[in-house]
Each structure stands twice: as structure tokens, then as C-alpha cells.
Design a protein around this ligand. Structure first.
Ligand SMILES: [Zn+2]
Ligand SMILES: [Zn+2]
Length: 418
């Protein structure tokens, strides 16, 4: 057993290595006291940062820890967004866009988050990652030259060994421009009390081939588990596309829609599978007997139909939560410009930062409206930057990129469902 005492916050961190492959740190903001028991994972290169006092309990049979201090370790990216965006746009380095998720019990998400940050930053990984006690959900881009290293790093983390990586369908590598790892209550906000049902009792997974033949056999209910702005630009033929803004909000709405089909074969799908993983278990708990889910979601389906030369039963685009906003699965354009009604499935965010509305805008409206959603926003972007900022002051943040894009200012958009 080893103990160490440190005071102060922030910049200095203590690194204890118990073997060439085991590093342990502790965090200032964990407020670990002498009496606390540390939750320690058996990850190689594990990080915990020092608090005022802490004890490390024997973890392994390795030789006594060596203690070193590492200063100024950077755990967040502080460079201006515009600089980073410009950097990625000019960069010619090939990058690969990947997403993955894993439901797993993570005792201390903050520690795990910092562990990932330290390792992924070195590999120049960009993207958006959520970590919670229920698991991890990651949408990232990795320099293609570091991909092998990235994968072998993942394999060193016990619960991520062999995790399925979903590779983007249409990928120019410009999906993300910085690395953002966030600790959240859940990796998927669902509003459910998971202790009341068995999350692992999920629906049966189907490959693209099985999915297609089940659709062909008919007498099935297809449910799109995504939000209205996602299914608007693309969905499976004949699917129910609930008019919902969030996954959390969708569960009850879908329950009502499906009520009369309780004994039918329910086929559900989402982008990469994470939503169905939970929803299928929930609906089974709610009494639906035959629940199926598309394994790996639309992303994996698109790869499989291409590789195996199968019929594409998905129409339009697959909405994605990165700067690309969508990848084309079939050539059909099933949506309309929200300003003029012309066929279009290009999502954009209103250029007025204070609005940032996500909506569909065709090229000619984009030109005419200067990439804004309304005359009001168009006027605002003409103002000097300082005045724009002053106008935004006091407005609650939260009108962020994926604020659900419903606006009465748009002539061709559905009004809010609520
Ligand atoms: Zn238009
Ligand atoms: Zn706007």
C-alpha cells in the first residue's frame, strides 16, 4: 500500500507507475480524502490525479509504485473554434470518420474520460464523445495513419476490446475539428429508470440481408427510432417516422403508435444502433413480443448492402451528428427546402450564431438568404460582430446546433409537435 500527500489544485499531477504499463493518477476535483476508497480500473495506462490526500490501495502484485510528478498536463483543447475549423479545412491529412458505442459499467467516468483524452489527443483524434456510468458513445475522426494504433489502444481497454467500429459511408475526413469528451449522466438521454427493467434483454439483431428479407416477407411494423429532422431526409420504405424531437420524447409516442401491434414483428432501426439497443429492451419490457433491431444501424446496413450487392431499401440520406450533417445512402431526395419547397435534403445551420437553427435550405435560398433562416437573422448578420454579441447577451444558451429546427419562420416546415 502506498500513500501520498499533495496540496493545491490543477496544474500539477502525480503519476504513479506500478509497472511499465500501469500508470495511476488522481484528480483534484474528485476531492478524494484519506478515508475515500478509490475506484480503480484495471486498465493499462490508467490515470488518476492527485487530490490533497489520497491512498492507493494494493491493486496488483507489481513492484512498489514509482512516483513522478507531471506538470501542466493539458486535458482540454483551448484553441479558438474558428482557427481549428480553418485548420481542418486546409489540412490534407487523410482522416477516417468512425463511430462506436458500448454499454458497460464505468465506475468513474471522469477518470476514464481523462484517460481517453490523454491518449487520443496524442493520436490527433477529433470528435464528440460522451462518457457515463452506463458506457461510452463516440463519434470521432482519426488520422488514417494512426488508425491501427488507435484500434490497438482500444483493445487494451478491457470492455472496448473488439467493439464494433462503424465507419462512415461518405467520408471526406472533415467531420470534426477538435476533440470534445464529456461526462454525462447517460450516454443516451432516455428518461428511463433502468433499474425497473432488464436493459440486456434486447431485441434480436438483424443483418442487412435478414432485415431485407423480413421486410419483403411483409406483415411487419417498421419503426424509425430517430428524431423528425433525421427521418425527414431519409428512412426505410414504409417506416413509421414519429414526429419527435428527442429519443427521450420518442419512447412514449412510439408506445402509443404501436399499441395495436403488440403481437406483430416490430423492426426498429436508428443511425448506428445505440438507440435501438435500449429501446428494444424497453419495448420488450412493455410487452411487445417480437422486437427486432437493425444491427449496427443504417451505417452498417449501407456498407452491407454495398458489399453484398443487396437491394437498398433505405431511401435518401442518413443524417449524422457531425459537420457533414448527412451521408447519402440512395440517390432519392425525399425532403424539401424549408424556404421554397424545392426538392432538397441539405441540412444547414442558420449563420446567425444567436439562432443557429438547423433546417433544410437549397442552394438558391442559401444565396438569397445568405445562409440564414429568416429576414430577421439575415439582418442580424450584417451587424458588426460586437453588436451581434450584445444582442445575444442574456439569451439563454441552449439554442445549439441540434436545437430541433422547428420554426414558424420557415414556410415549408412542420410546426412543433407539442
Ligand atoms: Zn429553397
Ligand atoms: Zn436564424
Amino acid at each position: 500500500m502506498n500513500s501520498a500527500t499533495r496540496s493545491g489544485y490543477g496544474i500539477c499531477q502525480l503519476l504513479i507507475s506500478t509497472s511499465p504499463h500501469f500508470h495511476i493518477y488522481t484528480f483534484p476535483h474528485l476531492h478524494i480524502s484519506t478515508s475515500s476508497h478509490l475506484h480503480i480500473y484495471l486498465f493499462p495506462h490508467f490515470h488518476i490525479f492527485p487530490s490533497t490526500h489520497f491512498h492507493i490501495y494494493p491493486l496488483t502484485t507489481f513492484a512498489p509504485p514509482q512516483i513522478t510528478t507531471v506538470c501542466n498536463m493539458k486535458l482540454h483543447n483551448k484553441v479558438d473554434k474558428r482557427v481549428l475549423k480553418e485548420r481542418i479545412e486546409k489540412s490534407e491529412e487523410p482522416r477516417t470518420t468512425i463511430s462506436f458505442y458500448k454499454y458497460a459499467r464505468i465506475g468513474n467516468p471522469q477518470v476514464f474520460r481523462d484517460h481517453l483524452y490523454l491518449h487520443w489527443e496524442k493520436l490527433d483524434v477529433f470528435g464528440r464523445v460522451h462518457i457515463a456510468t452506463e458506457g461510452i458513445n463516440a463519434q470521432i475522426s482519426v488520422p488514417t495513419s494512426n488508425l491501427d494504433q488507435f484500434k490497438s489502444d482500444l483493445d487494451e481497454i478491457v470492455f472496448l476490446r473488439g467493439v464494433r467500429l462503424n465507419f462512415a459511408v461518405e467520408d471526406d475526413g472533415k467531420s470534426f475539428y477538435k476533440l470534445k469528451l464529456k461526462v454525462r449522466d447517460k450516454i443516451l438521454a432516455d428518461g428511463l429508470n433502468d433499474t425497473s427493467f432488464d436493459v440486456s434483454n434486447k431485441g434480436q439483431h438483424l443483418t442487412a440481408k435478414e432485415w431485407n428479407s423480413m421486410m419483403e416477407n411483409g406483415d411487419v411494423i417498421l419503426v424509425d427510432m430517430r428524431n423528425h429532422y433525421e427521418s425527414e431526409v431519409g428512412h426505410f420504405q414504409g417506416a413509421m417516422t414519429p414526429d419527435v424531437d428527442t429519443f427521450r420524447g420518442s419512447l412514449n409516442v412510439i408506445d402509443e403508435l404501436l399499441e395495436e401491434y403488440k403481437d406483430k414483428n416490430i423492426m426498429m432501426y436508428c443511425t448506428g444502433g445505440i438507440r435501438c439497443e435500449k429501446a428494444s429492451a424497453w419495448y420488450k419490457h412493455r410487452g411487445y413480443k417480437n422486437v427486432y433491431q437493425l444491427d449496427g444501424g443504417i451505417i452498417k446496413y449501407a456498407h452491407e448492402v454495398q458489399d453484398q450487392n443487396l437491394d437498398v431499401k433505405y431511401r435518401g440520406k442518413n443524417f449524422v451528428f457531425d459537420d457533414r450533417l448527412g451521408e447519402r445512402i440512395s440517390n432519392e431526395v425525399i425532403a424539401h427546402c424549408h424556404q421554397c419547397g424545392a426538392p432538397c435534403d441539405e441540412h444547414t445551420n442558420c449563420l446567425n450564431v444567436g439562432c443557429n437553427l438547423l433546417f433544410i435550405q437549397c442552394e438558391s435560398c442559401k444565396k438569397k438568404m445568405q445562409n440564414t433562416c429568416s429576414d430577421e437573422c439575415k439582418e442580424i448578420i450584417q451587424l458588426p460582430e460586437e453588436e451581434q454579441r450584445a444582442r445575444r447577451a442574456g439569451i439563454k444558451p441552449g439554442r445549439k446546433v441540434f436545437k430541433k429546427g422547428r420554426s414558424e419562420k420557415l414556410a415549408f416546415m412542420k410546426p412543433s409537435a407539442d
